[in-house]
Design a protein around this ligand. Structure first.
Ligand code: ZN
Length: 300
């Protein structure tokens, strides 16, 4: 009888505190603004952190509208990781509105930003936020995430350092593979069309030319003139393929490919991972999946 009563009390306490178990409560609460950053945090935090992503898989962070539940997540977190470089235009207001006491860290800190010039009609004077598309930059993100976790949970330092070292070794391997794969594609064929200008850091790091009708934000309006210009470029520069992105509408690209006479390449993961069953459920898988798409479209 007493046991039943204690069991019921235990269940009641769980309901009241909203905790599934004592373990979940002990975990370090981390909120990342988008899925790629959340993946870095999971790899470095391991079992002792509970990571949530505000913008989910296959979703567009540029155009995101936060919900009241997002504010609650921030309020409950110990650490908030943001990309910065103007990627999440909505985050500052959300942090303020949430009243969170969490440490807010810009994970791209220390990266050399890609500044847009007069040639980039839509984006003159803007900063390109997609720094994670270069593996060298991803290593800087990882170091920043590691240091941020150590700050909010000093006791976990040895584990965070060990996890980060193991993950950085995987990034080294990935970087070698990206360089070797791109180097095997003739320079003249290294031209890729995407919907929005999300691969500038990849292009600069590995010498691939990316062309996009939209600028560095998916919120840029595309004019008929932009579309006509790209179609001309496809024809005159013999650009082999036009790619879809997981966070943008595919219709525009299908039209451009058709009118320019280019083939449609596979789906690229630009600003978000895929769901858990997709080909890009982690950063490492995302980079390898994009690389495979580039390779098959540009070498065949
Ligand atoms: Zn983007």
């Amino acid at each position: 009888m007493l046991r039943t009563w204690l069991g019921a009390l235990g269940a009641l306490i769980c309901i009241v505190t909203g905790a599934g178990s004592a373990e979940a409560q002990d975990k370090v609460g981390v909120v990342a603004t988008f899925s790629i950053l959340a993946d870095f945090a999971k790899n470095i935090g391991g079992d002792v952190v509970e990571v949530a992503s505000l913008v989910g898989p296959d979703s567009d962070a540029h155009a995101y509208s936060p919900s009241p539940a997002d504010g609650k997540r921030l309020a409950d977190a110990k650490l908030v990781l943001v990309n910065g470089l103007g990627f999440e235009g909505w985050i500052e207001r959300l942090v303020k509105a949430s009243g969170t006491k969490a440490l807010v860290v810009t994970a791209s800190r220390g990266i050399k930003p890609r500044q847009m010039t007069e040639e980039d009609e839509h984006d003159h004077g803007k900063t390109d936020p997609h720094a994670w598309q270069s593996v060298a930059n991803a290593k800087i993100y990882v170091a920043n995430v590691r240091d941020a976790l150590v700050k909010v949970d000093p006791a976990g330092k040895p584990a965070y350092e060990a996890n980060a070292a193991a993950y950085l070794a995987k990034l080294d391997q990935l970087e070698n593979d990206v360089k070797a794969t791109i180097a095997a594609i003739p320079t003249a064929r290294r031209k890729i069309i995407t919907t929005h200008d999300a691969f500038g850091y990849f292009g600069a790091a590995y010498r691939v030319q990316f062309i996009a009708p939209q600028g560095v934000s998916t919120e840029t309006e595309v004019s008929a003139r932009d579309v006509a210009k790209i179609i001309r470029q496809i024809r005159t520069q013999k650009i082999p393929a036009v790619f879809m992105e997981n966070v943008t509408d595919p219709r525009l690209m299908k039209r451009i490919a058709e009118e320019g006479g280019a083939k449609i390449g596979g789906k690229l993961y630009s600003d978000a991972l895929s769901g858990p069953d997709g080909p890009a459920a982690t950063y490492l898988d995302m980079m390898r999946s994009n690389l495979k798409e580039f390779q098959s479209a540009l070498t065949n």
